[in-house]
Structures are given as structure tokens and as C-alpha cells.
Design a protein around this ligand. Structure first.
Ligand SMILES: Cc1cc2nc3c(=O)[nH]c(=O)nc-3n(C[C@H](O)[C@H](O)[C@H](O)COP(=O)(O)O)c2cc1C
Length: 265
């Protein structure tokens, strides 16, 4: 029996079940069967001919966790830490917008899953649940807040203050997607976000409903410099790279990113 929540005509799955899958391809196939076409296209699609998405997957497949030999270790562990935060696994969740497209509980369910896995959730500016709701879903679990810096500085400040208030361990500032990519699946599906983005609804005068990715990105600040970050937040800046494949193509695609992680006072 399909259990869905219908919001603005969009069918969000309410399904919760143990996963009977052998790998991520099987999970993606299961997701394709459950998530409406537009939402699935947005989540799984890349930009242009998905060249960088393929390169990203390739890069991920070649990333290695080499075991240490002759190290006299009884129970090898993948435990590690980031910024002094202990992790059960050297994998953290990159920010991903609009998770309500996949399930009615959206980011709250992901936060629970990340906490259960002993790792970090990165909450997107463009989440479908609020900062408060997502933090409340995994009490005490470490999380990062990802900021798309907006031209509306009151909006930026409100988000950072909210993230600090609800215990974010760091702010991840996305600096390479001041322009949205040409996402062919969204064009073919005529995809517009059917679900409100909670932080935009709560703190921005612009709102989000019924907008496409290009319109959402249009509200983002185009010109950002490290000085903006230092000046605005009196911050130390650390540059962290994730799945860096091909900087030349980073601006137009859904892939390789340079991120500034900011420890704010
Ligand atoms: C559906 C989707 C939504 C995303 N939303 C965001 C976002 O809101 N903020 C952000 O900084 N990055 C966002 N990203 C980019 C990811 O965080 C990540 O940098 C990118 O997917 C490359 O990493 P990957 O190859 O491991 O997927 C999104 C990616 C996907 C696929």
C-alpha cells in the first residue's frame, strides 16, 4: 500500500522500512520507483551531459581507505574525526537541498540516519525542514550548516544565528555555485520546486514555492570573497575540498567543490 503525503500536488513518500539492498545502485533503483519523476530527476540528475557527475563517481570509486599493515591491530576501525569531532566513519553527508522531495520527513529523517551512523549531517540552506526541526531530530548529534550566501544580508545573519542557536558545529559556505547548472532532467521534466524551502519561508522575503533552481540561485550572492566572510563573521577560514575532480568544470556542473569551513565567534 503506497503511503504518501500530497503537498502542492507532489506525492512525498511516507514509507519507512528496513532496506533490503545490496548496493547503492539497488538503492537508486528503489528510489526511482518511489520518488515522483521530477523529484527523482532533480536528485539524481547532473548538469549538461553529466560529464562531471560521471567523473565525480569515478573519483569516488578511486578514493581508497588503505589498511595499515603489520600494525598489530585486532579490530580495525574506520573511526576518525573532523575538526576534533569523533566520527564512526570517514564519510560525512554533503549538503543536499529539498530532501522532502524524497520523503515527507525530509532532512529530519536524514539527520536521524546520520546520527545513527555516527557521522555528520550537513544541513542545506535550501532544506525542506527548518534548522530547528532538523537539529531536534538528532539531539546532541554533531551537524554542519551549509550557507548559500544571499544578497540579502539579514537573511544570511538570521540563518547563521539560527544555526549557532541550535548547535551547528561549523558553517559550510558554498562558494562555487553562484550560478545554477543547466540541468537537463529538470528542463525535460519542467521541474519547479513543489515544496516550500523552510528557511526561505521563515527568514527570506522572497519565499521559494513554485520556483525553479535558476530562480532560487538568482537570490544567491554572485560576488563573494574571503573578506566578506572574515568581515561579516570575524572568522578563521579553512578551505576544505570534497571530491575535487576538475576545477575547470566546477562552476557549470553538479560536482567538484571547494568549500570554506568557517569557525565563527
Ligand atoms: C540533489 C542535490 C542537492 C544538492 N544540494 C546542495 C545544497 O543545497 N548545497 C550545497 O552546497 N551543495 C548541494 N549539492 C552538492 C553536493 O553537496 C555535492 O557537493 C555534490 O553533489 C558533489 O558531490 P558528490 O559527487 O559526492 O555527489 C547538492 C547535490 C545534489 C545531488
Amino acid at each position: 500500500m503506497r503511503s504518501v503525503t500530497i503537498t502542492n500536488g507532489y506525492e512525498q513518500s511516507d514509507r519507512e522500512q528496513p532496506l533490503d539492498i545490496v548496493d547503492l545502485e539497488a538503492l537508486e533503483e528503489l528510489a526511482r520507483q518511489i520518488i515522483p519523476t521530477g523529484g527523482f530527476g532533480y536528485i539524481s540528475g547532473g548538469s549538461e551531459d553529466e560529464w562531471t557527475k560521471a567523473r565525480n563517481r569515478e573519483a569516488f570509486n578511486t578514493a581508497q581507505i588503505p589498511p595499515r599493515m603489520l600494525a598489530d591491530i585486532d579490530h580495525p576501525s574506520t573511526e576518525t574525526s573532523i575538526f576534533g569531532i569523533p566520527l564512526k566513519t570517514p564519510v560525512i553527508m554533503a549538503p543536499a537541498a529539498a530532501q522532502g522531495l524524497a520523503h515527507s520527513r525530509g532532512e529530519a529523517a536524514t539527520a536521524e540516519g546520520m546520527a545513527a551512523a555516527g557521522t555528520i549531517m550537513s544541513q542545506s540552506t535550501y532544506g525542506t525542514t527548518t534548522i530547528e526541526q532538523t537539529a531536534a531530530a538528532a539531539p546532541g548529534a554533531p551537524w554542519f550548516f551549509q550557507l548559500y550566501m544571499s544578497t540579502d544580508w539579514d537573511f544570511n545573519h538570521a540563518l547563521i544565528d539560527q544555526a549557532k542557536k541550535f548547535g551547528a558545529s561549523a558553517v559550510v559556505l558554498t562558494v562555487d555555485s553562484t550560478q545554477g547548472g543547466y540541468r537537463e532532467a529538470d528542463v525535460l521534466n519542467k521541474f519547479q520546486f513543489p515544496l516550500p524551502m523552510a528557511n526561505l519561508e521563515q527568514f527570506s522575503s522572497r519565499g521559494s514555492e513554485g520556483k525553479g533552481i535558476a530562480e532560487i540561485y538568482a537570490a544567491a550572492a554572485q560576488a563573494i570573497s574571503v573578506d566578506d566572510v572574515r568581515q561579516e563573521y570575524g572568522c578563521r577560514t579553512t578551505v576544505a575540498a570534497s571530491s575535487m575532480v576538475d576545477p575547470v568544470h566546477s562552476t557549470c556542473c553538479r560536482a567538484s567543490r571547494v568549500r570554506s569551513t568557517v569557525g565563527c565567534r
